[in-house]
Design a protein around this ligand. Structure first.
Ligand code: SAM
Ligand code: FES
Length: 341
């Protein structure tokens, strides 16, 4: 197994069956994590990029079966921050030293495309990068958001298996999601994708296909998190994913896409109190602390056990910084585009 991992370091390539072999073999995990950490250090350096996450609305028209803010969860208290409130939050993030904000929401029609473009334009006056994570839009809308100045777009594929995708995403289609991702890349967004690890009926073969998809589209960012069952969703009784498996898939993503930006995800820290630090030592180079006002945090619960529910943005930022410097890493001072150290 070590030979396979060494080969991937040299060539950045692994076949489908080789990925499955590594995923199946539990004895190679520590070696894989060490090697992914080495590749991270050589290719993207020691600086960790912080992205300030603004969860600006939990209103969603989709009904993904795993997601806590899905349309049919009537127990969620819905909110939509005003454009002014979104801008003020971004301004606070910039003043705390964040060089990027990530605007994330459910798939909502609450904001017209014009309003979204205005928000992006205004935030760009703060001289920070803007990442959007607002779901599927049409081509004209994606183009308008790019022209307004948005730099990056995150749209996880969630799974490349048609069978699993169709089962979990009522009224959505895998081919449309793929087309969105290809289009985002084509019009020049730094494009991020990723998947959920531990979905019902997901096999190592499925995960290997996901990883090869990330490589095929040359993803600029890859976000991987364990699926954590939410008690108010149809998947409430599912077992969900494990921290170790998500970490392993993340380490493999680093070997296949050595220069990509890879976050240590919040969902990982939900399953393991040291999750993000362990991820930073196993291939990750990005952390996305929440910069929302605490008033909104408990209303945006995709899964139970969300971390830092009551921590103000400043406290979150300091806490993350202390953790990062305690392992001998620094905080990046650049906007953190792909390949920028
Ligand atoms: N609506 C946007 C979209 O579709 O890309 C962005 C918001 S969506 C809530 C962000 C991500 O949350 C999804 O891509 C999904 O992977 C993740 N997520 C949703 N439910 C989850 C759960 N139960 N456990 C872990 N992650 C979850
Ligand atoms: Fe819409 Fe999760 S189902 S954000």
């Amino acid at each position: 197994m070590k030979n396979l991992i060494n080969k991937a370091v040299k060539t950045n390539r692994l076949s489908h069956s080789e990925i499955v072999d590594i995923l199946q073999d539990e004895t190679c995990n520590d070696y894989l994590f060490k090697v992914a950490d080495y590749v991270r250090k050589i290719r993207v350096g020691d600086a960790v990029h912080l992205r300030g996450l603004i969860e600006f609305s939990n209103i969603c028209g989709q009904n993904c079966k795993y997601c806590g803010i899905r349309r049919d969860n009537s127990l969620v208290e819905r909110y939509a921050m005003t454009p002014e409130d979104i801008f003020e939050t971004a301004k606070r993030a910039a003043s705390l030293g964040f060089k990027t904000v990530v605007l994330q929401s459910g798939e909502t029609q609450t904001y017209s495309i014009e309003t979204l473009c205005e928000i992006v334009k205004k935030i760009k006056t703060l001289d920070i990068a803007v990442t959007l994570s607002i779901g599927e839009k049409n081509e004209d809308e994606y183009r308008a958001l790019k022209e307004a100045g948005a730099d990056r777009y995150l749209l996880r594929i969630e799974t490349t298996s048609h069978r699993i995708y169709n089962e979990l995403h009522p009224d959505m289609s895998l081919s449309r999601r793929k087309a969105c991702i290809h289009f985002l890349k084509k019009i020049g967004f730094e494009t991020g994708t990723g998947d959920l690890i531990g979905l019902p009926h997901q096999t190592n073969e499925n995960i290997a296909e996901d990883l090869l998809f990330f490589q095929e589209i040359d993803a600029d960012m890859v976000g991987l998190g364990p699926f954590i069952p939410h008690p108010q969703t149809p998947l409430k009784d599912d077992v969900g994913g494990t921290f170790e498996k998500a970490l392993k898939v993340m380490a493999l993503a680093r070997l296949l896409l050595p220069s990509a930006n890879i976050p240590a995800t919040t969902a990982m820290e939900t399953l393991n109190p040291k999750g993000r630090i362990i991820a930073l030592q196993s291939g990750a180079n990005v952390v996305m602390p929440n910069v929302n006002d605490t008033f909104y945090r408990d209303k945006y619960q995709l899964y139970p056990g969300k971390i830092c529910l009551n921590d103000e943005a400043e406290k979150c930022r300091k806490c993350v910084e202390t953790k990062i410097t305690s392992i001998g890493r620094s905080i990046a001072t650049t906007k953190g585009f792909r390949g920028e150290k």
